[in-house]
Design a protein around this ligand. Structure first.
Ligand code: SF4
Ligand code: SF4
Length: 273
C-alpha cells in the first residue's frame, strides 16, 4: 500500500513525500500535547508530509510580485494536493483529513498569537524529509529550504520513514547576515538559531502593505539543496552577502539588474511612517 500511495502522490505532483507514525510525537515528547496529530484528530495513525519546490531563480527576486505569486501558487497547489490525497484515502476506506499549509488568517492574527495549531516543519522532520537549519526552516537535500509543506493525517498505518540523522545546515551564517530584519542569531551550542518572531513579523507586515509578501531571504540565500546545481547557482554566496550594501550604494548595480527589474514592477509604494 505504501508504494502504491507514493506512486499516486507522485502522479498528483508531490515533489517530496514523507511518512511519520503519530507515535513519534509521543516518543520524542518535544511538542505540547494539544499540538500533536492525535490530539487534533484521534483517528490519526500516520502523518503524510508533502512538499512542493520553490524554483530558486524566482525566490532570488524576493521581495517581488513574482515571489509572492509563486508562494500563492505553491500554497494553492499544496491545498489541492492534500485535498485530493484525503479523498483518495477516504475512497479506499481510510478516513483522513489534512491540515492546511498555513495556520493563520492574517498578520494581525500572527501578532496576537504567533503560533500555528500544528507544525508542518516538525512533521517533516519526523517524516524524514530534512532537518531544521539556523534559519528555523526545514532544510531538504533536494531543495534546501525552498520547499512548501502540507500534512495529511490518515488512519492508515504505514511504515514510517527514517528520520535524517545528520544536520543539513552547515552553519555558514548567510541567513543570519542577510536577514533584513536582523531576526536571526547564530548559536554556538546548537544548529537552530535564535529567532525573533516579532522582528520578522514587523518586516513581513511592511511587505504585505507593499503587496510583496513573503520575505523568504533566509530561504533564498541558503547554500543547501541540489536545486542550486540544477539552476547553476552554486556560487552566489558573495552576491547575496553584498546585495544590501551594494544596492544601497547604487540601486542600479548591474549585478542585480534582473532581480531589480522584476522588483520594480507591480508593488505598492512604501508608506513612510
Ligand atoms: S523571513 Fe526574512 S525577516 Fe524573517 S527571518 Fe527570514 S530573512 Fe529574516
Ligand atoms: S544559510 Fe547557512 S546557516 Fe542558514 S540555514 Fe542555510 S546552511 Fe544553515
Amino acid at each position: 500500500m505504501k508504494q502504491e500511495l507514493i506512486n499516486h502522490l507522485r502522479a498528483l505532483g508531490a515533489d517530496l513525500i514523507g511518512f511519520s507514525s503519530v507515535r513519534r510525537w509521543e516518543e520524542r515528547n518535544e511538542v505540547p500535547a494539544d499540538f500533536r496529530p492525535q490530539s487534533i484528530w484521534p483517528l490519526a495513525r500516520t502523518v503524510i508530509v508533502l512538499g512542493l519546490q520553490m524554483p530558486l531563480p524566482m525566490v532570488d527576486t524576493t521581495p517581488s510580485v513574482l515571489h509572492m505569486e509563486l508562494y500563492r501558487t505553491a500554497n494553492q497547489e499544496l491545498d489541492g494536493l492534500a485535498y485530493k490525497t484525503v479523498r483518495y484515502l477516504n475512497s479506499r476506506g481510510y478516513p483522513s483529513i489534512f491540515f492546511t499549509r498555513d495556520g493563520y488568517g492574517s498578520m494581525r492574527a500572527l501578532r496576537e498569537n504567533p503560533r500555528a495549531a500544528f507544525s508542518h516543519v516538525v512533521a517533516a522532520v519526523y517524516a524524514g524529509l530534512g532537518t531544521v537549519g539556523a534559519n528555523n526552516v526545514l532544510l531538504t537535500k533536494e531543495f534546501g529550504p525552498r520547499v512548501r509543506l502540507i500534512s495529511v493525517f490518515t488512519s492508515l498505518e504505514v511504515e514510517p520513514d527514517p528520520m535524517q540523522e545528520k544536520d543539513l545546515c552547515i552553519k555558514c551564517g548567510f541567513c543570519v547576515k542577510c536577514c533584513p530584519a536582523n531576526a536571526l542569531t547564530m548559536r554556538e551550542d546548537r544548529v537552530l538559531g535564535d529567532y525573533d518572531k516579532m522582528a520578522c513579523l514587523s518586516h513581513s507586515e511592511e511587505l504585505v502593505r507593499q503587496r510583496i509578501y513573503p520575505c523568504g531571504v533566509c530561504t533564498k540565500v541558503c547554500p543547501v539543496g541540489k536545486d542550486r546545481e540544477l539552476y547553476q547557482e552554486k556560487t552566489l554566496g558573495k552576491k547575496y552577502l553584498e546585495e544590501k550594501e551594494a544596492l544601497a550604494a547604487n540601486p542600479d548595480d548591474p549585478r542585480y539588474r534582473s532581480w531589480n527589474h522584476i522588483r520594480r514592477y507591480g508593488r505598492a509604494p512604501k508608506i513612510e511612517r
